[in-house]
Design a protein around this ligand. Sequence first.
Ligand code: NAD
Length: 338
Amino acid sequence: MKRALVCGAGGFIGGHLVNRLKREGYWVRGVDLKENEYDNCPADEFVVGDLRDPQVVSKVVTSDLNEIYQLAADMGGAGFISTGINDAAIMHNSALINLNVLEETRIKGVKKIFYTSTACVYPEYNQMDPNNPKCSEDSVYPAEPDSEYGWEKLFSERMYLTYGRTCDMTVKVTRLHNIFGPMGTWNGGREKAPAAVCRKVAEAPDGGTIEIWGDGLQTRSFLLVTECVEGIRRLMESEDFSGPVNIGSEEMISMNDFAKLVIDISGKNLSIKNIEGPTGVRGRNSDNALIRKKLGWAPSQPLRAGVETTYKWIAAQVEAERAKKVVHAGPALAKHVA
Ligand code: NAD
């Protein structure tokens, strides 16, 4: 039985990855600052711990492991990474996690490690035209990511590749493009655009309005988490290819059109109001030429199918929150009336 460590198992993609590894018959240890918020982590062992602390890292990275998946990061959507106010924490926390985990992997002699980088490493100057962004893997230099989050990821992916070249270990690096799906952060400030739009639509009364940051003409592509995990496993199993490689969808859409798609799925009659807000680069889309060439595979699910599943899940969360508020408001309301 293969033994794997998933760092960031309390998070969105980490939780889905643990499920996948368990289905494949792995023994899995998860580690995170917190338990998985939606109980989506059937790990055999789960350690609540801070990977910035070398002692915690020494405890969870053990020499009996076959594989390590390093997904832990201080991250969130544009409201978290593109405002500037969290930049020092993002760089300090995520760099420390990567420095600690990678060095301990070398010390303990674990032979295979996977790292999730991001599309945010790509230079801003290639993503100014919303209809024609360039995100092929080799376009990353000269480097000019538009966020410190992207700079930290670029440093760390270089560090992983350096260990792969100079130490006795195989490394795999992917650049994920906007992953979404059920059991991901949907409120609280760290949610990413697809979840935020689904929440706004689910919360809006029929006939109402939802707000979209920017002019709504900025473009992105979004990939359902199950296909992301499929890509992660395929890259991990591949021979002689470390990456970095994009895992993302090539179905690009403007944010206003994405909002219209969610509204259509909801069956509500809503209008869109564009307001000022952090938007990141003007355009971004995955380029899947390299993953097709190296792995003979690329994500293929249509966006709409993933959004239908995700909207349904987020609408149910919104409904559950609303029900909780009604229960809480009940006694206070009763007192007021009395
Ligand atoms: P997430 O925030 O849900 O998961 C990250 C987890 O890391 C969280 O549960 C968090 O508690 C944990 N963590 C943070 N600091 C830690 C620490 N000091 N010690 C232990 N755990 C710590 O995010 P996600 O969407 O699941 O992303 C997983 C990885 O994929 C991240 O590295 C992220 O940067 C990368 N990525 C995600 C996307 C996306 O669209 N979701 C896109 C590109 C890259």
